[in-house]
Design a protein around this ligand. Structure first.
Ligand code: GDP
Ligand code: IMO
Ligand code: MG
Length: 420
């Protein structure tokens, strides 16, 4: 058996949580491979909305194994809060969720360092979620990090003290004062809760399950345009959000990958700083933000909104080897007399199809305008019943990317999904 990967093709918040939950009946295992509590994955069923940060979006389905992979950075305090809010009894959860012993831990001081670095950047700040992601991955790469498997060691308390005292020295140097004693109590409560779960070398588990014929879905966090290498650096997150990240973040070989599902919104959003060629700073952008309820699931910040950007989408498809496209929030685009799609860029008067290296490039999007539609589509469940102009919009995207759109999402509920 092979593993399928579902990941974001834009700047995050494409609707990954909803679709992973909707697809999870077809899988035995759902595994997160990167990111951490910067993610906010929403899913909805029985009129209740759930927001997950660290826990894979298959957690509400009985009989599924959920894995937090080695590529994830895990904050025990966030983990504990999330477990508390799930509404699933602990003895059931400990059977459904397994954590990689190699997942690095986010310390309370990582969060403070995140804020200190952002403050230092002044106008150039990244707009981090301030969850400690960058500093935790920095410690991982510099081989100073603590890992989930370490919590069982007798010397764990000392390891914690040593690392946090280095952080405190750094904070002093950065002149960033903060009292973390309350956070530490919370954090160690989280550590105690973690000890109730299976913490193991999940690369064995996942490969054994694949060999036993089980189906695995890898759940990405953030999006391709926030990838550490291929996003608009430094306005990115600190992990590889692309399909290759699933191999390093779970311990599966590239040969094990079957499908790469690329998920995108029918328009674009971005939260935090950095280039956004099709951003609309006008009433159309405001309309999308209001109708699409475009406010961050983790930080509540308003998301920047704009038209669909095909050069960025084609770039993301190329980097990931995307095999199918899933289009989300099609319902939000109802009500425009016409909709625009950016098909190429103009930079310094020159037409180009490439996402530029320089974040300061002045990009003029070249748009194609397509006829809009007015119908409320939230109740539609068959592709052929969608308005003609929406189908033309989808077919335009397929023609310009060369990849089929096989899911169209028309609402936040797990059932508001059209499979083609
Ligand atoms: P994720 O981070 O990729 O999981 O996405 P988020 O949960 O951060 O943001 C997606 C938002 O859109 C959430 O509020 C979802 O409930 C909502 N959503 C997902 N799909 C649809 C859809 O097809 N239509 C509408 N109206 N909302 C959707
Ligand atoms: P999901 O998984 C949208 C953005 C932040 C900031 C940049 C770096 O819900 O799609 P970080 O906290 O990682 O140092 O922030 O990345 N960002 C996200 N934007 N969705 C996310 O996750 C994001 N996670 C981080 O806003 O611009
Ligand atoms: Mg999100």
């Amino acid at each position: 058996m092979k593993i399928d990967i579902l990941l974001g093709l834009q700047w995050g918040d494409e609707g990954k949580g909803k679709i992973v939950d909707a697809l999870s009946p077809d899988y035995d295992v759902i595994a997160r491979f990167q990111g951490g509590p910067n993610a906010g994955h929403s899913l909805e069923f029985n009129n209740v909305k759930h927001i997950l940060h660290l826990i894979p979006s298959g957690i509400f389905r009985e009989g599924k194994t959920n894995i937090i992979g080695n590529g994830v950075v895990l904050d025990p305090a966030v983990f504990r809060k999330e477990i508390d809010e799930l509404g699933i009894p602990l003895n059931e959860l400990t059977g459904r969720l397994v954590i990689s012993s190699k997942a690095n831990l986010i310390l309370p001081t990582h969060r403070i360092l995140d804020a200190a670095y952002e403050q230092k950047k002044g106008n150039l700040k990244i707009g981090s979620t301030l969850k400690g992601i960058g500093p935790a991955y920095t410690d991982k790469a510099s081989r100073n990090g603590l890992r989930a498997g370490d919590i069982m060691l007798e010397g764990f308390g000392t390891m914690y003290k040593e690392l946090s005292s280095v952080h405190n020295e750094l904070l002093k140097f950065l002149r960033y004062d903060s009292d973390i004693s309350a956070n530490e109590i919370d954090w160690f409560r989280g550590i105690e809760l973690l000890k109730k779960f299976r913490i193991e070398n999940t690369e064995y588990l996942i490969n054994n399950l694949l060999s036993a014929g089980k189906r695995v879905l890898a759940e990405g966090a953030q999006g391709t345009m926030l990838d550490l290498d291929f996003g608009s650096y430094p306005y990115v997150t600190s992990s590889n959000t692309i399909s290759a990240g699933a191999c390093t973040g779970l311990g599966v070989s590239p040969g094990r990958i079957a499908e790469v599902f690329g998920i995108f919104k029918a328009y674009c959003t971005r939260v935090g700083s950095g280039p956004f060629p099709t951003e609309l700073n006008d009433e159309t952008g405001e309309f999308l933000r209001k109708k699409g309820v475009e406010f961050g699931a983790t930080t509540g910040r308003p998301r920047r909104c704009g038209w669909l950007d095909l050069p960025a989408l084609r770039y993301a498809i190329m980097i990931n080897g995307t095999t199918r496209l899933f289009m989300m929030k099609a319902d939000i685009l109802s009500g425009f007399s016409s909709v625009k799609v950016c098909t190429s860029y103009r930079i310094n008067g020159r037409a180009t199809d490439q996402v530029p290296f320089d974040n300061n490039s002045v990009i003029e999007p070249v748009y194609t305008e397509l006829p809009g539609w007015n119908e409320d589509i939230t109740g539609i469940r068959k592709y052929d019943n969608l308005p003609r102009n929406l189908r033309s919009y989808i077919e335009f995207i397929e023609k310009n990317t060369g990849i089929p759109v096989t899911i169209v999402s028309v609402g936040p509920d797990r059932n508001s999904t059209i499979f083609r």
